[in-house]
Design a binder for this molecule. Structure first.
Ligand SMILES: Nc1nc2c(c(=O)[nH]1)N[C@H]1C(S)=C(S)[C@@H](COP(=O)(O)OP(=O)(O)OC[C@H]3O[C@@H](n4cnc5c(=O)[nH]c(N)nc54)[C@H](O)[C@@H]3O)O[C@H]1N2
Ligand SMILES: Nc1nc2c(c(=O)[nH]1)N[C@H]1C(S)=C(S)[C@@H](COP(=O)(O)OP(=O)(O)OC[C@H]3O[C@@H](n4cnc5c(=O)[nH]c(N)nc54)[C@H](O)[C@@H]3O)O[C@H]1N2
Ligand SMILES: [Mo]
Length: 760
């Protein structure tokens, strides 16, 4: 049993907060920072976050606001993310001498991260239980030899998380494809893949269409399946602006999240002293997985309203000129049954009609969403139904309206643009091959879930992780760990210690790298990198701090050297030049990736540039050239009698797989993470007492028992029939085969489970 599997006896619970941010937020960030590093380094780090030419905040992918920036244009959590990287603590060769791998494997995720920045390359050799220091040449030579020794390039996997810059991402996919595989699983597979699938099919581009200005200008903004107070705090400033401009906000969530209710702007006097701004005008406490039903009901109401007032409700101009499939869709949509809708959503008909009235009263509508929609079995149909909803009234491709999948990792969208995808379209591969004089493999590669299956079955033998923490981010923790341990070699390019370093293949490598905040000097002088945010703005990120150790190499250096060592010097790709001067990488990107023409010059302008999105000119890159109405089969999630639908989510004090503290301040949970939030009515029915100790037992039809041990029950106002608990402690409960249709994303928000008294 790992250390963090002991139940937390220190748990204390206070009432959930009804507002987000404000002064305590900023004080918390400073306290975290000063616990990690000096006051001087804190100041230097924070003053440079999100300033033109400074460090791009790695906290999330929300864009900078238009116009003038606050001197402190970051949020509490962004500040925690950068200072977590800027920490003065160090993991050295001595640390690994003192701690064996099996000992480290017993430590909690929190403990591993708290040890500080990785400082030099390390290797764990076959049969050994210790990492030992290794030179860069030897480490990279070893990895290259193992890559060359594989029977097929498809036995290798190259995972990335969205922390990676455009330049490093471009090199990684170029290397993988030159080597001969499209096996480029990434965190997106577990994150917004459902959004990409749905938007690509219906609108012809797998990205959002709105800008921050559109959010400011909208009459009505939906925030669905998203907790911006914690995960995208700067989005609250945008919603505050919407409200000041007279717009309205509807929040759809099983939990009454603090940031959805009220917001106090930390950088404005009225936010610090005043009561703050009410964010949601209407809060729909939906059952998990009920969103498809909700939007189907709204769409049926729109069609019926049009029947009553022909020509006044639907935007026939848009529908006729720019879409296909309307007639078939409308016939299908009229059939949705109210009883089913009310069961699936847990809402009343009056609540849904109130939203409908708001929609009728609004010309410009934006829908924002995140993991509450994408991580469900029917995530893709749900998002397609939202596209139907927007299209009915022409809310696509005009100012103040559109789709807004709010991304997670700061460059997750950019990595995709750069070709990190196991199924990149042929025109991209052709352009890449043409530019570099080779033929990239056409066969599709493996995504995250399929990568785990391939390692489990011995079809993949070598795993390279560039950023991220694959073992903890993935579902079905026990199966995933077993799969990784079967590999010949696992290698990780990382900034900080995490579980993926303790769950090793026969040989394991830790390749420590520069973070966003570190200065990056190469042969041609000081370098910067670029990123793309959630709204397709591309801009510079430049580290300002002295690197955490003199032995660190940048991601670009490591990948360039690995490519040379693996492919030999005879390849047509100038890897050495790329390493010396990142501008030469951007020159090549400008010739391969559409929208990046003249990349170096345009990104040098203050604020960078925005990639074109044809949807905003009502151009749709679909087979018909039009936006597509889709018919989506009604689906609802139901847990059998005595069971609950568990969603696995983030606390206020974590960055994905990395807990920064044991608290979840806005939800009133303190000093414990092994807690499960359940509606008091459900606790009564199940005969389970508040604060009792339980095991969470997953139910899935493969007969495997998935158990997360030692959780405290907390009575909490979540939607009836549902429960919530933190990721990654509960990933053990998400079956590998329980994935979203089409996108193959693990269903992390819809896990059927029961609560059993602990220790049975
Ligand atoms: N501080 C901080 N910021 C982050 C991250 C972090 O870990 N910490 N992670 C980043 C990343 S990679 C991502 S992807 C984003 C994630 O941002 P979010 O998607 O906000 O993250 P989650 O915590 O997974 O929260 C999911 C939300 O959806 C709700 N929800 C769950 N199921 C349903 C459902 O069926 N219907 C509806 N309508 N709602 C539902 C939950 O109650 C919760 O409010 O945040 C990014 N920003
Ligand atoms: N059950 C459940 N599972 C989930 C989710 C969920 O909601 N529920 N969410 C999913 C989502 S949305 C996502 S995005 C994934 C996240 O999955 P990942 O992106 O794989 O995980 P992170 O926790 O962000 O990775 C943290 C590690 O990244 C490394 N790192 C940080 N910065 C850098 C850098 O600049 N360079 C390099 N090379 N390394 C760096 C550090 O070593 C750190 O330990 O998890 C997914 N898994
Ligand atoms: Mo994510």
């Amino acid at each position: 049993m790992r250390e963090n599997e002991d139940p937390d006896d220190e748990l204390s619970v206070t009432p959930p907060k009804t507002w987000a941010t404000g002064v305590p937020g900023v004080t918390n960030a400073l306290r975290y920072s000063l616990g990690q590093t000096s006051a001087r380094r804190t100041a230097l780090t924070l003053l440079n976050v999100n300033q033109a030419g400074g460090i791009d905040c790695p906290g999330c992918a929300w864009p900078e606001p238009p116009g003038k920036r606050h001197r402190n244009e970051y949020c509490e959590n962004g500040a925690k993310h950068v200072t977590d990287e800027a920490t003065s603590r160090r993991v050295t060769a001595r640390f690994f001498r003192e701690h064996s791998v099996s000992e480290l494997d017993q430590k909690s995720d929190y403990w591993l991260n708290q040890q500080g920045r990785l400082t030099e390359p390390m290797v764990k050799r076959p049969g050994s239980d210790h990492y030992e220091p290794v030179s860069w040449d030897e480490a990279i030579g070893l990895l290259a030899r193992e890559l060359r020794a594989l029977a097929s390039p498809d036995e290798a996997l190259f995972y990335t998380s969205g922390r990676v810059s455009n330049e490093a991402a471009f090199l990684l996919q170029l290397f993988a494809r030159s080597y001969g595989t499209n096996n480029l699983p990434d965190c997106s597979n577990m994150c917004h893949e459902s959004s990409g699938s749905a938007l690509q099919e219906t609108l012809g581009i797998g990205k959002g269409s709105v800008s921050v200005q559109d959010i400011h200008d909208a009459d009505l903004v939906f925030v669905v399946g998203q907790n911006p107070g914690t995960n995208h705090p700067r989005m609250l400033s945008a919603l505050e602006e919407t409200k000041r401009n007279g717009g309205r906000v509807v929040a759809v969530n099983p939990l009454p999240e603090a940031g959805l209710l009220r917001f106090k702007h930390p950088q404005k006097v009225r936010g610090v002293l005043g009561r703050g701004t009410d964010i949601a005008d209407q809060f729909l406490q939906i059952r998990p997985g009920g969103d498809l039903a909700l939007f189907q009901a709204l769409n049926r109401l729109l069609l019926e309203a049009e029947d009553e007032s022909p020509g006044e409700v639907l935007d026939h101009g848009f529908i006729d000129a720019h879409s296909t499939g309307f007639a078939e869709y409308a016939a299908h949509a009229r059939q949705v049954c109210w009883d089913d809708v009310l069961t699936a959503t847990g809402l009343t008909r009056e609540e849904i009609e109130e939203v409908h009235a708001r929609v009728l009263g609004s010309r410009k509508v934006v829908v924002c969403w995140a993991m509450g929609l994408t991580q469900h079995k029917h995530g893709v149909p749900t998002i397609r139904e939202i596209v139907n909803f927007l299209m009915l009234r022409g809310n696509i491709g005009r100012p103040g309206a559109g789709v807004c999948p709010v991304r997670g990792h700061s460059n997750v969208q950019g990595d995709r643009t750069m070709g990190i995808w196991e199924r990149m379209p042929q025109p991209f591969l052709d352009a890449l091959g043409h530019e570099f004089g080779f033929t990239p493999p056409a066969r599709h590669g493996l995504d995250s879930v399929n990568a785990i299956r391939a390692m489990r079955d011995g079809r993949a033998k070598l795993f390279v992780g560039v950023a991220g923490n694959f073992v903890r981010a993935s579902p079905d923790s026990e199966a995933t760990e077993e799969a990784l341990r079967r590999c010949r070699l696992t290698a990780h390019i990382s900034t900080k210690l995490n579980r993926s370093h303790t769950v090793c293949g026969e040989t394991a490598l830790i390749l420590p790298t520069l973070g966003r905040s570190d200065r990056d000097f190469q042969a041609a002088g000081e370098q910067f990198v670029t990123v793309e945010d959630s709204m397709s703005e591309v801009h510079v990120s430049r580290g300002r701090l002295a690197p955490a150790s003199p032995h660190l190499l940048s991601e670009v250096s490591i990948l360039s050297r690995l490519a040379r060592a693996t492919l030999g010097d005879g390849t047509p790709v100038p890897w050495e030049e790329f390493e010396a001067d990142y501008g030469t990488i951007r020159d090549r990107i400008s010739r391969v990736v559409p929208g990046f023409e003249d990349f170096n010059a345009r990104v040098a302008r203050p604020g960078g540039f925005k990639l074109p999105n044809p949807v905003n000119e009502r151009k749709f890159d679909t087979p018909s050239g039009k936006a597509v109405f889709t018919r989506n089969e009604f689906t609802m999630l139901q847990a059998p009698e005595g069971h609950l639908l568990l969603q696995t989510l983030r606390s206020h004090d974590q960055w994905n797989t990395v807990p920064y503290a044991m608290n979840d301040r806005y939800r009133g949970i303190h000093n414990a993470r092994r807690v499960v939030l359940v509606n008091p009515g459900d606790l009564d029915e199940l005969g389970i007492a508040d604060r009792s100790e339980v095991d969470l037992v997953g139910v899935w039809h493969d007969g495997v028992e998935r158990r997360a041990k030692g959780f405290r029950v907390v009575a909490y106002p979540t939607a009836r029939g549902s429960a919530a608990s933190y990721y990654p402690e509960t990933n053990v409960l998400v079956p590998l085969d329980s994935v979203a249709d089409i996108s193959n994303t693990p269903t992390s928000k819809g896990v059927v489970c029961r609560l059993e008294p602990a220790g049975r």
